[in-house]
Design a protein around this ligand. Sequence first.
Ligand code: TYD
Ligand code: MG
Length: 454
Amino acid sequence: MAKTKSVYVCNDCGASSPKWVGQCPSCNAWNSLTENVQAPSSPRRGVISIDGFASRTEIQTLDNIKPEDLTRYSTGLEELDRVLGGGMVPGSVVLLGGDPGIGKSTLLLQALTTMSAQTQTLYVTGEESAEQVAMRAHRLDLDSKSLQIMTENGLERILQGVQQHKPGIIVIDSIQTLYTELLQSAPGSVSQVRECAAQLVRFAKQSGTALYLVGHVTKEGALAGPRVLEHMVDTVLYFEGEASNSFRIVRAIKNRFGAVNEIGVFVMSETGLREVNNPSALFLSRQGDRVSGDVVLATQEGTRPLLVEVQALVDSSPHNNPRRVCVGLDQNRLAMLLAVLHRHADVSLSDYDVFINVVGGVRISETGSDLAVVVAMVSSLRDQPLGKDLVVFGEIGLGGEIRPVQRGQERLQEAAKLGFKRAMVAAANKPKQAIKGMDVIAIKRLGELFQLFQ
Ligand code: TYD
Ligand code: MG
Protein backbone atom coordinates (compact mmCIF):
# COMPACT_ATOMS: atom_id res chain seq x y z
CA MET A 1 0.00 0.00 0.00
CA ALA A 2 1.25 3.48 -0.82
CA LYS A 3 2.44 5.51 2.11
CA THR A 4 0.27 8.39 3.30
CA LYS A 5 1.96 11.61 4.28
CA SER A 6 0.94 14.47 6.55
CA VAL A 7 1.03 18.07 5.39
CA TYR A 8 0.12 21.13 7.38
CA VAL A 9 -2.27 23.51 5.66
CA CYS A 10 -2.99 27.12 6.67
CA ASN A 11 -6.68 27.70 7.39
CA ASP A 12 -6.44 31.27 6.22
CA CYS A 13 -4.58 31.21 2.94
CA GLY A 14 -4.37 27.51 2.09
CA ALA A 15 -0.56 27.41 1.88
CA SER A 16 0.95 24.09 2.90
CA SER A 17 4.07 23.26 4.83
CA PRO A 18 5.71 19.88 5.50
CA LYS A 19 6.14 20.66 9.21
CA TRP A 20 3.96 22.33 11.80
CA VAL A 21 4.99 25.90 12.51
CA GLY A 22 3.39 28.49 14.73
CA GLN A 23 3.15 31.15 12.05
CA CYS A 24 2.12 30.56 8.46
CA PRO A 25 5.18 31.30 6.29
CA SER A 26 2.95 32.58 3.51
CA CYS A 27 0.36 34.88 5.12
CA ASN A 28 1.93 35.29 8.59
CA ALA A 29 -1.26 34.24 10.41
CA TRP A 30 -0.59 32.70 13.82
CA ASN A 31 -1.62 29.23 14.82
CA SER A 32 -3.55 28.63 11.63
CA LEU A 33 -1.89 25.41 10.44
CA THR A 34 -3.79 22.15 10.74
CA GLU A 35 -2.71 18.65 9.85
CA ASN A 36 -4.04 17.11 6.68
CA VAL A 37 -3.39 13.63 5.41
CA GLN A 38 -2.22 13.75 1.85
CA ALA A 39 -3.56 10.98 -0.33
CA PRO A 40 -0.95 8.91 -2.13
CA SER A 41 -0.20 10.56 -5.40
CA SER A 42 -2.22 9.31 -8.33
CA PRO A 43 -2.75 10.44 -11.91
CA ARG A 44 -4.15 13.95 -12.09
CA ARG A 45 -7.89 13.91 -12.11
CA GLY A 46 -10.23 16.49 -13.47
CA VAL A 47 -7.53 18.01 -15.65
CA ILE A 48 -8.02 17.88 -19.39
CA SER A 49 -5.24 16.00 -21.11
CA ILE A 50 -3.07 17.81 -23.62
CA ASP A 51 -4.80 16.03 -26.50
CA GLY A 52 -8.25 16.88 -25.27
CA PHE A 53 -7.17 20.43 -24.64
CA ALA A 54 -5.86 20.92 -28.12
CA SER A 55 -8.98 19.60 -29.77
CA ARG A 56 -11.35 21.71 -27.72
CA THR A 57 -9.72 25.08 -27.56
CA GLU A 58 -9.34 27.47 -30.43
CA ILE A 59 -8.07 30.99 -30.48
CA GLN A 60 -10.48 33.58 -31.83
CA THR A 61 -11.01 37.32 -31.74
CA LEU A 62 -13.23 38.74 -29.08
CA ASP A 63 -15.75 40.34 -31.42
CA ASN A 64 -16.51 36.93 -32.91
CA ILE A 65 -17.91 35.81 -29.62
CA LYS A 66 -21.50 36.85 -29.28
CA PRO A 67 -22.59 37.11 -25.71
CA GLU A 68 -25.72 35.04 -25.44
CA ASP A 69 -28.72 37.00 -24.51
CA LEU A 70 -28.42 36.28 -20.83
CA THR A 71 -31.75 36.44 -19.14
CA ARG A 72 -31.16 36.77 -15.45
CA TYR A 73 -33.23 34.85 -12.96
CA SER A 74 -35.14 37.13 -10.62
CA THR A 75 -35.01 36.10 -6.98
CA GLY A 76 -38.38 37.71 -6.29
CA LEU A 77 -36.65 39.93 -3.74
CA GLU A 78 -35.91 43.30 -5.29
CA GLU A 79 -33.26 44.08 -2.70
CA LEU A 80 -31.36 40.87 -3.43
CA ASP A 81 -31.71 41.31 -7.19
CA ARG A 82 -30.14 44.74 -7.00
CA VAL A 83 -27.20 43.49 -4.95
CA LEU A 84 -26.63 40.77 -7.55
CA GLY A 85 -26.57 43.45 -10.25
CA GLY A 86 -30.08 42.82 -11.57
CA GLY A 87 -30.76 39.16 -10.83
CA MET A 88 -28.90 35.87 -10.97
CA VAL A 89 -26.82 35.26 -14.10
CA PRO A 90 -26.97 31.67 -15.46
CA GLY A 91 -23.63 29.95 -14.97
CA SER A 92 -22.51 32.33 -12.25
CA VAL A 93 -21.37 31.33 -8.78
CA VAL A 94 -22.37 33.35 -5.73
CA LEU A 95 -20.81 32.87 -2.32
CA LEU A 96 -23.04 33.97 0.56
CA GLY A 97 -21.17 34.38 3.84
CA GLY A 98 -22.45 35.29 7.28
CA ASP A 99 -22.56 34.42 10.96
CA PRO A 100 -24.48 31.33 12.01
CA GLY A 101 -28.17 32.06 12.56
CA ILE A 102 -28.13 35.34 10.64
CA GLY A 103 -30.63 34.02 8.08
CA LYS A 104 -28.64 32.67 5.14
CA SER A 105 -30.72 29.52 4.78
CA THR A 106 -33.94 31.50 5.18
CA LEU A 107 -32.96 34.00 2.49
CA LEU A 108 -31.94 31.36 -0.03
CA LEU A 109 -34.98 29.20 0.63
CA GLN A 110 -37.24 32.19 -0.01
CA ALA A 111 -35.34 33.17 -3.16
CA LEU A 112 -35.20 29.60 -4.45
CA THR A 113 -38.94 28.99 -4.20
CA THR A 114 -39.56 32.11 -6.31
CA MET A 115 -36.97 31.06 -8.84
CA SER A 116 -38.44 27.55 -9.07
CA ALA A 117 -41.19 29.10 -11.20
CA GLN A 118 -38.53 30.19 -13.74
CA THR A 119 -36.35 27.09 -13.92
CA GLN A 120 -35.71 23.82 -12.13
CA THR A 121 -34.13 24.41 -8.76
CA LEU A 122 -32.32 22.20 -6.29
CA TYR A 123 -31.61 22.86 -2.62
CA VAL A 124 -28.74 20.72 -1.32
CA THR A 125 -28.54 20.74 2.45
CA GLY A 126 -25.75 19.19 4.43
CA GLU A 127 -26.68 20.83 7.71
CA GLU A 128 -30.38 20.35 8.19
CA SER A 129 -32.64 17.38 7.52
CA ALA A 130 -35.19 17.53 4.74
CA GLU A 131 -37.93 17.64 7.40
CA GLN A 132 -36.40 20.71 9.00
CA VAL A 133 -36.29 22.51 5.67
CA ALA A 134 -39.86 21.45 4.91
CA MET A 135 -40.99 22.74 8.29
CA ARG A 136 -39.36 26.08 7.63
CA ALA A 137 -40.88 26.34 4.15
CA HIS A 138 -44.25 25.57 5.67
CA ARG A 139 -43.84 28.18 8.38
CA LEU A 140 -42.78 30.79 5.84
CA ASP A 141 -45.81 29.84 3.78
CA LEU A 142 -43.70 29.22 0.70
CA ASP A 143 -45.03 27.52 -2.38
CA SER A 144 -42.54 24.64 -2.45
CA LYS A 145 -44.31 22.42 -4.98
CA SER A 146 -41.55 22.54 -7.56
CA LEU A 147 -38.55 22.97 -5.25
CA GLN A 148 -36.36 19.89 -5.18
CA ILE A 149 -34.27 19.06 -2.16
CA MET A 150 -31.36 16.72 -1.53
CA THR A 151 -29.76 15.91 1.83
CA GLU A 152 -26.20 14.98 1.00
CA ASN A 153 -22.61 15.78 1.93
CA GLY A 154 -20.73 13.77 -0.66
CA LEU A 155 -19.71 15.90 -3.61
CA GLU A 156 -19.59 12.96 -6.02
CA ARG A 157 -23.16 11.96 -5.22
CA ILE A 158 -24.34 15.56 -5.49
CA LEU A 159 -22.77 15.91 -8.92
CA GLN A 160 -24.33 12.61 -9.98
CA GLY A 161 -27.77 13.72 -8.85
CA VAL A 162 -27.34 17.05 -10.53
CA GLN A 163 -26.36 15.50 -13.83
CA GLN A 164 -29.56 13.46 -13.81
CA HIS A 165 -31.95 16.24 -12.85
CA LYS A 166 -30.20 19.14 -14.62
CA PRO A 167 -31.46 21.99 -12.44
CA GLY A 168 -30.90 25.59 -13.57
CA ILE A 169 -30.14 26.84 -10.08
CA ILE A 170 -28.50 25.00 -7.18
CA VAL A 171 -28.04 26.10 -3.58
CA ILE A 172 -25.33 24.35 -1.55
CA ASP A 173 -25.96 24.88 2.17
CA SER A 174 -23.15 24.88 3.19
CA ILE A 175 -19.83 24.41 1.40
CA GLN A 176 -18.16 23.56 4.72
CA THR A 177 -20.21 20.38 5.11
CA LEU A 178 -19.18 18.91 1.74
CA TYR A 179 -16.42 16.39 1.19
CA THR A 180 -14.94 14.81 -1.87
CA GLU A 181 -13.68 11.25 -1.91
CA LEU A 182 -10.54 12.44 -3.67
CA LEU A 183 -9.22 13.77 -0.38
CA GLN A 184 -8.99 12.08 2.96
CA SER A 185 -9.13 15.13 5.20
CA ALA A 186 -12.27 15.92 7.19
CA PRO A 187 -15.17 17.97 5.80
CA GLY A 188 -14.67 21.65 6.56
CA SER A 189 -10.88 21.48 6.26
CA VAL A 190 -9.28 23.93 3.89
CA SER A 191 -8.33 21.38 1.28
CA GLN A 192 -11.84 19.88 1.23
CA VAL A 193 -13.57 23.26 0.98
CA ARG A 194 -11.25 24.37 -1.79
CA GLU A 195 -11.47 21.19 -3.83
CA CYS A 196 -15.27 20.90 -3.50
CA ALA A 197 -15.74 24.53 -4.47
CA ALA A 198 -13.37 24.16 -7.43
CA GLN A 199 -15.27 21.16 -8.77
CA LEU A 200 -18.64 22.86 -8.29
CA VAL A 201 -17.46 26.06 -9.99
CA ARG A 202 -16.13 24.04 -12.92
CA PHE A 203 -19.45 22.25 -13.19
CA ALA A 204 -21.42 25.53 -13.04
CA LYS A 205 -19.35 27.12 -15.80
CA GLN A 206 -19.57 24.10 -18.08
CA SER A 207 -23.27 23.50 -17.65
CA GLY A 208 -24.51 27.08 -17.31
CA THR A 209 -26.03 26.29 -13.93
CA ALA A 210 -26.35 29.16 -11.47
CA LEU A 211 -24.87 28.22 -8.14
CA TYR A 212 -25.19 29.63 -4.63
CA LEU A 213 -22.65 28.51 -2.05
CA VAL A 214 -23.33 29.23 1.61
CA GLY A 215 -20.17 29.81 3.65
CA HIS A 216 -19.67 30.20 7.38
CA VAL A 217 -17.76 33.07 8.84
CA THR A 218 -15.04 32.75 11.46
CA LYS A 219 -14.83 34.65 14.73
CA GLU A 220 -12.60 37.20 13.03
CA GLY A 221 -15.26 37.86 10.42
CA ALA A 222 -13.58 36.31 7.40
CA LEU A 223 -15.11 33.49 5.43
CA ALA A 224 -13.99 30.27 7.06
CA GLY A 225 -11.68 28.27 4.91
CA PRO A 226 -9.19 29.70 2.54
CA ARG A 227 -9.69 33.09 1.05
CA VAL A 228 -9.08 31.42 -2.28
CA LEU A 229 -12.79 30.68 -2.23
CA GLU A 230 -13.41 34.37 -2.82
CA HIS A 231 -11.21 34.32 -5.91
CA MET A 232 -12.93 31.33 -7.40
CA VAL A 233 -16.47 32.67 -7.42
CA ASP A 234 -18.07 35.49 -9.43
CA THR A 235 -19.84 37.23 -6.60
CA VAL A 236 -19.20 37.40 -2.87
CA LEU A 237 -22.08 38.53 -0.68
CA TYR A 238 -21.92 39.04 3.06
CA PHE A 239 -25.02 38.81 5.17
CA GLU A 240 -24.58 41.21 8.08
CA GLY A 241 -26.61 42.25 11.06
CA GLU A 242 -26.65 42.03 14.80
CA ALA A 243 -28.44 39.49 16.91
CA SER A 244 -29.87 42.33 18.98
CA ASN A 245 -31.92 43.88 16.21
CA SER A 246 -33.84 42.55 13.27
CA PHE A 247 -32.16 44.52 10.43
CA ARG A 248 -30.20 42.40 8.02
CA ILE A 249 -27.95 43.77 5.29
CA VAL A 250 -26.70 41.85 2.27
CA ARG A 251 -23.56 43.48 0.94
CA ALA A 252 -21.72 42.73 -2.31
CA ILE A 253 -17.96 42.57 -1.65
CA LYS A 254 -17.09 41.40 -5.12
CA ASN A 255 -19.33 41.21 -8.16
CA ARG A 256 -18.41 40.41 -11.74
CA PHE A 257 -21.96 41.28 -12.84
CA GLY A 258 -22.76 44.44 -10.90
CA ALA A 259 -21.58 47.19 -8.57
CA VAL A 260 -19.66 46.35 -5.42
CA ASN A 261 -20.66 47.71 -2.06
CA GLU A 262 -24.27 47.58 -3.15
CA ILE A 263 -26.49 46.72 -0.22
CA GLY A 264 -29.91 45.18 0.20
CA VAL A 265 -31.79 45.75 3.42
CA PHE A 266 -34.11 43.23 5.07
CA VAL A 267 -35.93 42.78 8.33
CA MET A 268 -36.14 39.35 9.95
CA SER A 269 -39.74 38.82 10.95
CA GLU A 270 -41.90 35.99 12.24
CA THR A 271 -42.56 34.97 8.67
CA GLY A 272 -39.05 35.16 7.27
CA LEU A 273 -37.11 37.99 5.70
CA ARG A 274 -39.02 41.01 4.48
CA GLU A 275 -37.52 43.60 2.16
CA VAL A 276 -37.05 47.19 3.18
CA ASN A 277 -37.38 49.35 0.10
CA ASN A 278 -36.84 52.65 1.83
CA PRO A 279 -34.02 52.01 4.27
CA SER A 280 -33.30 55.69 4.94
CA ALA A 281 -36.65 56.03 6.63
CA LEU A 282 -35.91 52.93 8.69
CA PHE A 283 -32.55 54.07 10.02
CA LEU A 284 -33.77 57.48 11.11
CA SER A 285 -35.67 57.79 14.31
CA ARG A 286 -38.32 60.35 13.69
CA GLN A 287 -39.78 60.58 17.17
CA GLY A 288 -38.91 63.49 19.39
CA ASP A 289 -36.30 66.18 19.00
CA ARG A 290 -32.68 65.57 18.22
CA VAL A 291 -30.41 65.31 21.22
CA SER A 292 -26.93 66.80 21.25
CA GLY A 293 -24.31 64.73 19.45
CA ASP A 294 -26.86 63.40 17.00
CA VAL A 295 -26.41 64.16 13.28
CA VAL A 296 -27.94 62.74 10.10
CA LEU A 297 -25.39 61.68 7.51
CA ALA A 298 -26.24 61.26 3.84
CA THR A 299 -24.00 58.44 2.71
CA GLN A 300 -23.77 56.32 -0.41
CA GLU A 301 -24.01 52.56 -0.44
CA GLY A 302 -23.33 51.15 -3.89
CA THR A 303 -25.63 52.97 -6.27
CA ARG A 304 -28.04 54.18 -3.64
CA PRO A 305 -27.97 57.13 -1.25
CA LEU A 306 -28.71 56.22 2.34
CA LEU A 307 -29.48 58.44 5.30
CA VAL A 308 -28.23 57.27 8.67
CA GLU A 309 -27.87 58.76 12.11
CA VAL A 310 -24.37 59.27 13.52
CA GLN A 311 -24.16 59.75 17.27
CA ALA A 312 -21.24 61.06 19.27
CA LEU A 313 -20.76 61.17 23.01
CA VAL A 314 -17.91 63.34 24.24
CA ASP A 315 -17.44 63.06 27.98
CA SER A 316 -14.66 64.15 30.33
CA SER A 317 -12.40 61.20 30.93
CA PRO A 318 -11.27 59.77 34.24
CA HIS A 319 -8.51 57.85 32.46
CA ASN A 320 -4.98 58.84 31.58
CA ASN A 321 -5.58 57.38 28.17
CA PRO A 322 -9.04 58.61 27.14
CA ARG A 323 -11.13 56.06 25.31
CA ARG A 324 -11.94 56.30 21.62
CA VAL A 325 -14.62 53.81 20.64
CA CYS A 326 -16.24 53.51 17.22
CA VAL A 327 -19.18 51.33 16.28
CA GLY A 328 -19.82 51.25 12.54
CA LEU A 329 -16.85 53.46 11.65
CA ASP A 330 -13.09 53.09 11.31
CA GLN A 331 -11.23 53.79 14.54
CA ASN A 332 -8.13 55.16 12.76
CA ARG A 333 -10.23 57.63 10.86
CA LEU A 334 -11.55 58.95 14.18
CA ALA A 335 -8.00 59.46 15.46
CA MET A 336 -7.22 61.44 12.32
CA LEU A 337 -10.35 63.58 12.65
CA LEU A 338 -9.51 64.37 16.29
CA ALA A 339 -6.06 65.57 15.23
CA VAL A 340 -7.46 67.72 12.42
CA LEU A 341 -10.09 69.15 14.76
CA HIS A 342 -7.41 70.14 17.23
CA ARG A 343 -4.99 71.58 14.71
CA HIS A 344 -7.37 73.41 12.39
CA ALA A 345 -10.37 74.28 14.56
CA ASP A 346 -8.66 74.60 17.92
CA VAL A 347 -10.96 72.08 19.58
CA SER A 348 -9.00 69.72 21.81
CA LEU A 349 -10.62 66.51 23.01
CA SER A 350 -7.49 65.06 24.60
CA ASP A 351 -9.12 65.04 28.05
CA TYR A 352 -12.36 63.50 26.83
CA ASP A 353 -13.60 60.00 26.09
CA VAL A 354 -15.11 59.89 22.60
CA PHE A 355 -17.73 57.34 21.55
CA ILE A 356 -19.11 57.23 18.01
CA ASN A 357 -22.04 55.06 16.98
CA VAL A 358 -23.79 54.62 13.66
CA VAL A 359 -27.40 53.84 14.52
CA GLY A 360 -29.09 50.66 13.31
CA GLY A 361 -25.97 48.50 13.01
CA VAL A 362 -24.97 50.10 9.69
CA ARG A 363 -21.27 50.07 8.81
CA ILE A 364 -19.90 53.12 7.01
CA SER A 365 -16.75 52.63 4.99
CA GLU A 366 -16.60 55.88 3.02
CA THR A 367 -14.76 59.05 3.97
CA GLY A 368 -17.83 61.17 3.22
CA SER A 369 -18.83 60.61 6.83
CA ASP A 370 -15.96 62.77 8.21
CA LEU A 371 -17.86 66.02 8.43
CA ALA A 372 -20.88 64.41 10.08
CA VAL A 373 -18.66 62.77 12.71
CA VAL A 374 -16.93 66.06 13.51
CA VAL A 375 -20.21 67.98 13.68
CA ALA A 376 -21.63 65.31 16.01
CA MET A 377 -18.59 65.54 18.29
CA VAL A 378 -18.74 69.33 18.49
CA SER A 379 -22.49 69.18 19.14
CA SER A 380 -21.93 66.73 22.01
CA LEU A 381 -19.02 68.69 23.43
CA ARG A 382 -21.01 71.91 23.53
CA ASP A 383 -24.21 70.11 24.47
CA GLN A 384 -25.99 71.93 21.66
CA PRO A 385 -28.47 69.84 19.69
CA LEU A 386 -28.79 70.47 15.97
CA GLY A 387 -32.13 70.92 14.27
CA LYS A 388 -34.12 67.94 13.05
CA ASP A 389 -33.99 69.17 9.50
CA LEU A 390 -30.20 69.10 9.01
CA VAL A 391 -28.23 66.60 6.95
CA VAL A 392 -24.41 66.60 6.64
CA PHE A 393 -21.77 64.97 4.43
CA GLY A 394 -18.22 65.70 3.22
CA GLU A 395 -14.67 64.47 3.52
CA ILE A 396 -12.12 66.28 5.67
CA GLY A 397 -8.50 66.56 4.50
CA LEU A 398 -5.47 66.72 6.76
CA GLY A 399 -5.15 70.41 5.97
CA GLY A 400 -8.58 71.10 7.44
CA GLU A 401 -10.15 71.52 4.02
CA ILE A 402 -13.61 70.14 3.26
CA ARG A 403 -13.49 67.93 0.18
CA PRO A 404 -16.38 66.96 -2.08
CA VAL A 405 -17.75 63.42 -2.27
CA GLN A 406 -19.26 61.40 -5.11
CA ARG A 407 -22.89 61.80 -6.08
CA GLY A 408 -23.55 64.81 -3.90
CA GLN A 409 -26.62 65.75 -5.92
CA GLU A 410 -28.29 62.38 -5.36
CA ARG A 411 -27.63 62.50 -1.63
CA LEU A 412 -29.19 65.95 -1.39
CA GLN A 413 -32.20 64.83 -3.39
CA GLU A 414 -32.73 61.80 -1.14
CA ALA A 415 -32.54 64.07 1.91
CA ALA A 416 -35.01 66.54 0.39
CA LYS A 417 -37.35 63.66 -0.38
CA LEU A 418 -37.36 62.67 3.28
CA GLY A 419 -38.17 66.18 4.42
CA PHE A 420 -34.75 67.58 5.34
CA LYS A 421 -34.47 71.32 4.79
CA ARG A 422 -30.82 72.19 5.46
CA ALA A 423 -27.61 70.52 4.33
CA MET A 424 -23.98 71.22 5.19
CA VAL A 425 -21.67 70.04 2.40
CA ALA A 426 -18.34 70.83 0.74
CA ALA A 427 -18.42 73.91 -1.47
CA ALA A 428 -17.68 71.77 -4.53
CA ASN A 429 -20.76 69.67 -3.80
CA LYS A 430 -23.12 72.63 -3.91
CA PRO A 431 -25.58 71.91 -6.71
CA LYS A 432 -25.63 74.38 -9.59
CA GLN A 433 -29.38 74.37 -9.63
CA ALA A 434 -31.02 74.82 -6.27
CA ILE A 435 -32.94 71.82 -4.93
CA LYS A 436 -36.47 72.76 -4.01
CA GLY A 437 -37.00 73.12 -0.29
CA MET A 438 -33.32 72.52 0.52
CA ASP A 439 -31.05 75.21 1.90
CA VAL A 440 -27.44 74.18 1.17
CA ILE A 441 -24.69 75.52 3.44
CA ALA A 442 -21.48 75.06 1.45
CA ILE A 443 -18.20 75.26 3.38
CA LYS A 444 -14.55 75.13 2.37
CA ARG A 445 -12.69 74.96 5.68
CA LEU A 446 -13.32 73.09 8.89
CA GLY A 447 -13.67 76.26 10.97
CA GLU A 448 -16.78 77.25 9.02
CA LEU A 449 -18.83 74.46 10.58
CA PHE A 450 -19.28 76.50 13.76
CA GLN A 451 -21.95 78.57 12.02
CA LEU A 452 -24.27 75.66 12.88
CA PHE A 453 -23.87 76.37 16.57
CA GLN A 454 -24.77 80.04 16.84
P1 TYD B 1 -31.12 30.63 9.36
O1 TYD B 1 -31.62 30.96 8.01
O2 TYD B 1 -31.23 29.22 9.82
O3 TYD B 1 -29.63 31.12 9.58
P2 TYD B 1 -28.27 30.58 8.92
O4 TYD B 1 -28.62 29.68 7.81
O5 TYD B 1 -27.58 31.84 8.50
O6 TYD B 1 -27.54 29.91 10.02
O7 TYD B 1 -31.88 31.63 10.35
C1 TYD B 1 -32.19 31.25 11.61
C2 TYD B 1 -32.56 32.42 12.46
O8 TYD B 1 -33.57 33.23 11.92
C3 TYD B 1 -33.07 31.87 13.74
O9 TYD B 1 -32.38 32.52 14.80
C4 TYD B 1 -34.53 32.18 13.76
C5 TYD B 1 -34.68 33.31 12.80
N1 TYD B 1 -35.92 33.26 12.02
C6 TYD B 1 -36.93 34.18 12.26
O10 TYD B 1 -36.81 35.05 13.11
N2 TYD B 1 -38.07 34.12 11.50
C7 TYD B 1 -38.27 33.18 10.56
O11 TYD B 1 -39.31 33.18 9.90
C8 TYD B 1 -37.21 32.23 10.33
C9 TYD B 1 -37.35 31.15 9.30
C10 TYD B 1 -36.07 32.31 11.06
MG1 MG C 1 -28.28 27.62 7.71
